[in-house]
Design a protein around this ligand. Structure first.
Ligand code: FAD
Length: 312
């Protein structure tokens, strides 16, 4: 059995594993895909102390750093459930995998991340990272002086529009419903911003491009049925971030109404010995540097737990 088993191999999980292994305790990582969302990222310019890098490069250095400490890394395995130490016959926490295997550990750090909800329209996949973006904090500056759109008129959509308005030439917000769902203060501010236009009752139908980059967005006006095009260089999809916590639904780990794992200031969850970090948790602002800090914190929390808890 492990002392610390990390479920998820993104920035949060990598950081948690390194912090645990440096304590000289038996550490494992089980992940569907090492690197997580960072694998899907092209330009990273806000990972402090490295001016610019790419996702695959950062993942390679994460993996090298984790392996430096002899962490046992198991990939291509999905966790399906977690059983607390109080409910198992051997007194270890059990992580059940979809393959049917069971991994045992004295403590567990869950860092299974999240995924952006996609529009599911033609062109979205083809132009992902070529104009279709999901994170304004990450990719906003890449569209400096250009025309952009934000899909979604909730809080994250209007926040993104306000953020982008200071960098890009123009932002069009497209909302499917007849009203925006964001807080009134944000809507008022967006309406008063000269380079933001808001279109409601707009159903995005296609992302258009020249083969290399996005050139336009097509949408259907749901009032008139008319199909329209907007010429632009960037499309920020802001229709929700979904936590990868489905595998915990049957467990005793408490989730928020949005499915995020609830954690305290030490990264502890409601289930004893189980900690959590990164995008899958209630921690606000989902970023690589934040996920890494949270992973370190949860790992130190787990170590504190281990030195206070007798081994089974
Ligand atoms: P993730 O990176 O999501 O990793 C989750 C891990 O858990 C993966 O290993 C996954 O395979 C695994 N997993 C999931 N479910 C299971 C399961 N059931 N069983 C086992 N393993 C599982 N942030 C920045 O700071 N700067 C940027 O420039 C930036 N650009 C981005 C661009 C894109 C396109 C995207 C999608 C995100 C970007 N982000 C950026 C956000 C950043 O990638 C995330 O905040 C960060 O990766 C979160 O780390 P994490 O470890 O919590 O989760």
């Amino acid at each position: 059995p492990f002392d610390v088993l990390v479920v998820g191999g993104g920035p949060a999980g990598s950081s948690a594993a390194i912090y645990a292994a440096r304590k000289g305790i038996r550490t494992g990582v089980v992940a569907e895909r090492f690197g997580g969302q960072v694998q899907d990222t092209m330009a990273i310019e806000n990972f402090i102390s490295i001016k610019a890098t790419t996702g695959p490069k950062l993942v390679a250095s994460l993996e090298e750093h984790v392996k430096e400490y002899g962490v046992e890394v198991i990939t291509e395995q999905r966790a399906a459930n977690i059983i607390g130490a109080e409910e198992t016959a051997d007194g270890y926490i059990h992580v059940e995998l979809e393959s049917g295997a069971v991994l045992k550990s004295r403590s567990v750090i869950t860092s299974t991340g999240a995924r952006w909800r996609e529009m599911n329209v033609l062109g979205e996949q083809e132009y992902r990272n070529k104009g279709v973006a999901y994170c304004p904090h990450c990719d906003g500056p890449l569209f400096k002086g250009k025309r952009t759109a934000v899909i979604g008129g909730g809080n994250s959509g209007i926040e993104a529009a306000l953020d982008l308005a200071g960098i890009v030439e123009h932002v069009t917000v497209l909302e499917f419903a007849d009203t925006l769902r964001a807080d009134k203060v944000l809507i008022d501010k967006a309406q008063a911003t000269a380079n933001i236009d808001i279109i409601t009752m707009a159903q995005t139908t296609e992302v258009l491009g020249d083969g290399n980059r996005v050139t336009a967005l097509e949408y259907k006006d749901r009032n008139s049925g008319e199909v329209k095009q907007i010429e632009l260089a960037g499309i920020f999809v802001q229709i929700g971030l979904v936590p990868n916590s489905e595998w915990l639904k049957e467990s005793k780990v408490a989730l928020s109404g949005r499915g995020e794992i609830e954690i305290d200031g030490h990264g502890a969850t409601s289930l004893s010995g189980v900690f959590a970090a990164g995008d899958v948790t209630t921690v606000p602002y989902k970023q690589i540097i934040i996920a890494m800090g949270e992973g370190a914190k949860a790992s130190l929390g787990a170590f504190d737990y281990l030195i206070r808890t007798p081994a089974p």
